[in-house]
Ligand binder design. Sequence first.
Ligand code: NDP
Length: 294
Amino acid sequence: MADTAVLLDGKETSKVLLEKVAREASQFAQGDLPKLVAVLVGHDPASEVYVARKMKVAAQLGLASELLRLPDSIETAQLQAEIQYLNQDPHTHAILVQLPLPKQIDTLAVLQTVAVEKDVDGFHPENLGKLLMGIEPVAMPCTPAGIIYLLDAYKIPMAGKRVAVVGRSIIVGKPITLMLTHRNATVTLCHSKTRDLDGILRESEMIIAAAGQPGLIQADAVQPGAVVVDVGINRLPSGRLVGDVDFEALKVKAGYMTPVPGGVGPMTIAMLMYNTLRLYQYQQGLKVERLLLV
Ligand code: NDP
C-alpha cells in the first residue's frame, strides 16, 4: 500500500483526448466543421459556468459551437420545438441540453426529443439501450465514459473488482454501473435509500462517488488502497469547491483518487468534444472509432 494516493489527473489525461479531437477536426477545416450546439434554459449560475467552459474548449479545438439561450419560463413543447429545429439543421451535428432544466419542464421528454444521431450526451433511450446491451453507441454519457477513459489511462484493472457506485442518476450512476459491468466488475449501485452504505463501501475495492453530498464518503468507510473516483461537485458556503469524498483524510489511505477540481470534470468536457467529433464522423458516413466498452 502506498503512503499517499496516486492522483488520477483528469486535467493531464484529458489533454490526450483533446489533442486527438483537435488533430482529427483539423482535417475538416476546409469544409463543414463539426458543430456542437448547447441549449441553455434560464440562468442557473453553475450551468452558466459549465456551458461557458464547454463552448470555450470547443472553440480552442477548432470545432464550431453555438449557445442557444432560452428563457426560464419556456414550456416543454416549445423547448422540444427548438430541439426539433436543431435536429433538422444539417450544420448542427451535436446537441447538448444543459441540465438541470426548470421544474415545469419534462426533462425525460426533452432528452428523447434530441435526434439519436445528434445526442452528444448519450441520454437518448436508444443510446442508453445500446449501452445496456453492451453495444457501444456513437456517443456515450460523457462523465462515465470519461471515468472509464481515466481508469484505463492509469491502467487500473476493473475486471473482478468489487465496486460501489453511489448515486443512480442517468447522467452518472446508472451508465457507469453498466460500463463497469461490461468491464467485468461486480457493481453495487447505492442511493439515498441504501441501508448501511458504509458497510458496502468498506467491502469495495473501488468507489465511484456521485451523490452531490459533501463529506458523504469518510476515510473510515474506505479500504486502504481503494480506488476512489469523486464525481461530486459541491460549493461550500465559503465558496470552495469540494467533491463527495473527504479528500484530505483519504489521500493518505486510498490507492488512487481523483482531485476535485481537476479529476472527473476535465474528462467530462473532453468526452463531450470527442463525442461531437464521433457524431460528425457518423453523420458524414466516416469510420467511427469505438474505444470504451471492449
Ligand atoms: P442527482 O442529484 O441526479 O443524483 C444524486 C444521486 O445520489 C441520487 O441517486 C441520490 O439517491 C444519491 N444520493 C443522494 N444523497 C445520498 C446519500 N446520502 N447516500 C447515498 N446516495 C445519495 O445528481 P447527478 O448524478 O446529476 O450528480 C451527482 C454529483 O456529481 C453532483 O455533485 C454533480 O454536480 C456532480 N456531477 C459532476 C460532473 C463532472 O463532470 N464532474 C458531471 C455530472 C455531475 P436517490 O436516487 O435515492 O435520490
